[in-house]
Write a protein that binds this ligand. Sequence first.
Ligand code: SAM
Length: 255
Amino acid sequence: MKFKTTPYHLDLLKDEDRLSAFFEAISEYDGNTDLAYDLGCGSGVLSYFLKDKFDEIISIEINKKTYDCAKDNLAVFDNIEVVNSDVLEYEFTKKADLIVCEMLDTALIDEEEVPILNHVRKFLKKNGKIIPQGIINTAELVNLERHNIHWDEGVNYEVFSKPLVFCELDFLDEINPEVEVDMSLKATKEGLINGLKITSFTKLNDNLIVGPLPMLNPPLLIPLDEKEIKVNDLINVNLKYIMGNGIESIQTQYY
Ligand SMILES: C[S@@+](CC[C@H](N)C(=O)[O-])C[C@H]1O[C@@H](n2cnc3c(N)ncnc32)[C@H](O)[C@@H]1O
């Protein structure tokens, strides 16, 4: 099937590993199939994957141009209703068996995944599921070439520690968007550090975890004050951010 899209959503469609991960997670879903919500449906591709499983799919998209594409793409499927609305303003009247919500970004800082899920979880049936079902975040000490917060998209940096898991979220749980973590990272070599690399692993379902992909959570590189370190030094870093409030909410300091 040929999809009408905006340029951004075309890039999302071109990332075949991202698409196949979602396709697999939706194909493996084995719960009840009365109603699914596709929140932030974009071009409608995930609703398209849901169409043969569910009696009813409600697909919500905030952006009018994107909504127009999804509405056209999904017009032939009688069981899909496409709605142009902010999920936070939509009047939910029914509980769903499955919520699909791909508003992901690295550590969920820049996009609205967490505020949206905190808002809609009450419209999920008792044994309902969410795809993706969670996220795992890791941190590493690095030396960065650039001194602003940026994504790992063709930039150079050197890694000075093993990854440390500092956060694991299950989307079925109520999530406090305000994150503050103290972490001790052990240096694996000597040199100058000036940053943290944050990597997110997306848990699509119990069997499927995907690491960063070009259009799914490229690692985030965050500056720290410069520090000379030796092998086996424990470097204590305090990291704060608010999920859904943007990368401007990130604060780091040594403690
Ligand atoms: C990363 S894209 C995913 C699109 C599509 N689900 C896919 O997987 O290709 C996230 C989409 O969520 C939409 N979105 C963001 N915030 C929203 C909100 N509050 N309500 C509804 N849609 C929203 C964006 O416009 C964008 O199309």
